[in-house]
Design a binder for this molecule. Structure first.
Ligand code: BGC
Length: 404
């Protein structure tokens, strides 16, 4: 049995589902041929959101996480687009009408082109620009929204955009990664403050602001279990899992936690990788089943990660957890085994308030294109028809009964 009023639902992000987000850095990146395929129409959620939420409600969800596309709201610097704002107002109202609690993300990896061209997250004014947009959205939507997530997975953004170079702007620089990390911390803090100010000024009641933090237990590969590898695991954990949370611990009203997998660390090529080690060569075979992206399933890792959060004494919302599978039975198995570990963590004293599966719909999986299907609801890309998968129905029963 999960706690009363537990939030059950799924998550999406604007660029992955809406379609035709022509004014952001990802669209440009796609045009430059840097992704497997372009996002194009995505799954036309921009037009079909009401129908999608109807499906979510029929699957007994009572919450839904989505993101606002900053590049639609502020397509030119400092100029806010009323029509775009109206669109997201309708999105929130559509959710409310169906008794789905809106959980609103302000930044999910994409940036307006003007922001990108000015230097993006490297620019010293980036936190201020972000806070101006956050304040505007709080003012416009705040009356109907309790849960805000400022930035989705800040360190995943840093990692892919400034270290591996796989995402725009395609940089590979440790110094820039550090600078962007600092700016993202400042951006969250500034947004946290202005959102709270807007609520105070309007005398709106409860509000909860956080980030969505990707959590990933690192483990030593048994084949390279030496002091160097143990040091890599320690450093990765401190930096990737805890650093950001420590910096914003006074500016989070709850903790949004995204969990997908653990990571086995090896130092096979220690000198090449440096003190952080490298992701273990899959030939070492740590998992029986891996998903389409090669990720193993490690439900105990969710339990472990949740225990790290206990010391913050804040409510925890699982803001993403999911898998992409050809065979839907693995999806159901994934959900159930992770929910078992979630219950275990709740039993162990972690105040978890909800679970959002990633994702409601099949969607555009960034540089991988549309191949990996994470959706509870299958999308036929030839006609955009939606079909809930069997796992969606089974998950729906869990949501309805509030028990596994
Ligand atoms: C991101 C999503 C992404 C998912 C699966 C998360 O880290 O927030 O945008 O689709 O992982 O890769």
């Amino acid at each position: 049995m999960f706690p009363e009023r537990f939030l059950w639902g799924a998550a999406t992000s604007s660029h992955q589902v809406e379609g035709r987000n022509t004014n952001n850095d990802w669209w440009l990146w796609e045009k430059q041929g840097r992704t497997k395929e372009p996002s194009g129409e995505a799954v036309r959620h921009f037009e079909l959101f009401d129908e999608d939420f109807r499906l979510a409600a029929a699957l007994h969800h009572n919450a839904h996480r989505f993101s606002i596309e900053w590049s639609r709201i502020e397509s030119q610097e400092g100029v806010f687009d009323d029509q775009a704002i109206q669109h997201y107002r309708e999105v929130v109202q559509s959710l409310r009408r169906k008794s789905l609690e809106p959980i609103v993300t302000l930044h999910h990896f994409t940036n307006p082109l003007w922001f990108y061209e000015k230097g993006g997250w490297l620019h010293k004014e980036a936190p201020g620009w972000f806070a101006r947009y956050a304040a505007k959205m709080a003012e416009e939507l705040g009356k109907d929204v309790v849960y805000w997530i400022t930035v989705n997975e800040p360190l995943v953004l840093v990692y892919h955009s400034y270290l591996t170079g796989l995402w725009p702007p395609g940089k590979k620089s440790a110094a820039q990664s550090w600078q962007v990390t600092r700016n993202l911390i400042q951006a969250h803090k500034a947004a946290y403050q202005v959102i709270h100010e807007v609520y105070r000024r309007n005398s709106w009641p409860a509000i909860k602001v956080s980030i969505a933090k990707n959590l990933r237990p690192f483990q030593v590969c048994p084949k390279t279990n030496n002091w160097m590898c143990r040091l890599s695991v320690f450093l990765r954990h401190r930096l990737f899992n805890l650093y950001f949370l420590e910096k914003i611990r006074e500016q989070m009203d709850f903790i949004g936690a995204n969990y997908y997998e653990r990571e086995i660390v090896s130092n096979d090529k220690a000198l090449a990788y440096g003190p952080f080690g490298g992701k273990c060569n899959t030939a070492h075979g740590h998992d029986d089943h891996v998903n389409i992206l090669g990720w193993g399933s490690s439900p105990e890792g969710l339990y472990e990660s949740l225990l790290w959060l206990k010391k913050y004494g804040k409510p925890v919302l699982i803001a993403e957890n999911g898998t992409c599978e050809e065979d839907d039975t693995y999806r159901l198995q994934f959900i159930k085994t992770h929910l078992e570990q979630l219950e275990r963590a709740i039993g162990g004293g972690v105040p978890v308030i909800g679970y959002l599966y990633w994702s409601l719909l099949d969607n555009f999986e960034w540089h991988h294109g549309f191949g990996p299907r994470f959706g509870l609801i299958e999308v036929d890309y030839s006609n955009f028809k939606r079909t809930p998968r069997p796992s969606a129905r089974q998950f729906g029963e869990i949501c309805k009964n509030n028990r596994l």
